[in-house]
Every structure is written in structure tokens, then in C-alpha cells.
Ligand binder design. Structure first.
Ligand code: SF4
Length: 219
């Protein structure tokens, strides 16, 4: 009997991503999150909608077809660890694929869960990540200048030699870069905005005659 194809609920996938991890990366945002952090800017990723499921093989083909440079893959959400089977299959494939590549490629995964819980419940998944950024977003703990983390309580943990090489030092400072991507009738803001940043951006768009009808940072 042939095994059923593995599917992943996916909000979006994008290349190049330069604001969530070092270098030029592929970004994968999973769909579905029950954590419900107040002030989450990705509320469009909350609903675990099976209609967003994609065949993992299609995502792998997309990754394998990306141009260089490709320094890493960032998986965010949504809550990636709420789809452990699909995440495991994806990261297992990435592990095999990157061994065939000449340039090193790291895997950074975001989670709203604390690292201790992930170590307890998903040690096998953590073993496939080079680094993780863990913990819920806490708006009042937003710390200006954190490049890859939304709030100061979130922890960046390097888990492998490559992870230590790329994430072990001090997190780069300075204003976090934000990217804007337009695809499929949606405008995406990629990066770590501060509280109110997206409302201010919406106001500036409105002042320029551009009306934003639905936004991901308000329910
Ligand atoms: S910040 Fe992340 S973990 Fe928190 S509700 Fe939003 S998607 Fe979920």
C-alpha cells in the first residue's frame, strides 16, 4: 500500500526573505495557531483551515528550484509545531537535500511555545533545527532593535554547530528591516514590526489613497 502524501497547512511561502534570519532565505509560514498572543500581527494564520493544505512534495519542489543565494530556511507561522508530522517530514527532507548542496543552509524555526515544552514534546523535531526562536509574543515586552524577535521574552537558541556559527553571537542590532511582498492579491509585510508600526503604515497608505480592507494584525 502506498503511503498517503504528507500535507502541510500553509499560509505562504516566499523567497527571498532577508528579515527573519541571516542572509537570503526561503520563508515558509504555516497555517494554524491556537496560542493567541495579544497583539499578534499574523492573525490571518490562526485558523487551522484544511483548505490551505498543500502537498509537501510541491513545497519541496519549490525549495529545490530556488535560485542562489539561499543561505537558510525560516519556518514561522502560525505555529509550526502544531503540525508535527508535516514539519518532521519537511525538515527531514531538508536535511537530506542540504547535504547535496555545496553551500551550507541553516534551518531556523519560530514557535510560540517555550523551549522546555518543545524539548519535552518534540525532541525529534528540534534535532532537525539549527536554531529556534521560542516563546509567545508579548506586546509589552517588545524591545526596539531586536532584529529577529518580536519581544524580549522570546529566546533565540542555537542547536547545532551551524546554528552556533550563525546564531551563537550577539543578535544583530539596529532597526529591524521590513520587507513588502505582493502576490496573489495580497500585500505581505515580512519581518518583526513593533507595536503600532503596521497601523501607522496603514494610515500612510490611506493618506496616499490606498485603502487596506483586511489586515492580519486586527481580528
Ligand atoms: S505570535 Fe505566533 S504564536 Fe503568537 S498567536 Fe501569533 S502566530 Fe501564534
Amino acid at each position: 500500500m502506498t503511503a498517503a502524501p504528507v500535507r502541510l497547512m500553509l499560509n505562504k511561502a516566499h523567497y527571498p526573505v532577508t528579515s527573519l534570519g541571516p542572509g537570503t532565505r526561503a520563508g515558509i509560514w504555516t497555517q494554524g495557531c491556537t496560542i493567541g498572543c495579544a497583539g499578534c500581527v499574523s492573525q490571518d494564520t490562526w485558523a487551522a483551515d484544511p483548505g490551505t493544505s498543500v502537498d509537501l512534495a510541491a513545497l519541496q519542489d519549490w525549495l529545490a528550484g530556488l535560485p542562489e543565494p539561499l543561505d537558510g530556511i525560516t519556518v514561522s507561522g502560525g505555529e509550526p509545531f502544531q503540525q508535527p508530522e508535516a514539519l518532521a517530514a519537511l525538515l527531514e527532507w531538508v536535511g537530506r537535500w542540504r547535504r547535496e548542496r555545496s553551500a551550507p543552509l541553516d534551518v531556523l524555526v519560530y514557535s510560540g511555545y517555550q523551549l522546555a515544552r518543545l524539548r519535552r514534546e518534540h525532541p525529534g523535531l528540534l534535532a532537525r533545527c539549527d536554531a529556534v526562536i521560542t516563546g509567545p509574543y508579548v506586546e509589552r515586552l517588545h524591545t526596539p532593535g531586536l532584529r529577529w524577535r518580536g519581544s524580549g521574552n522570546q529566546r533565540l537558541t542555537a542547536l547545532t554547530a551551524l546554528g552556533h556559527e550563525r546564531y551563537g553571537g550577539p543578535e544583530p542590532g539596529g532597526a529591524p528591516p521590513m520587507q513588502v511582498a505582493v502576490a496573489d492579491g495580497r500585500i505581505w509585510f515580512i519581518g518583526v514590526p513593533g507595536p503600532g508600526d503596521l497601523d501607522r503604515l496603514e494610515a500612510r497608505l490611506r493618506a496616499s489613497g490606498i485603502t487596506v480592507e483586511e489586515v492580519s494584525w486586527r481580528s
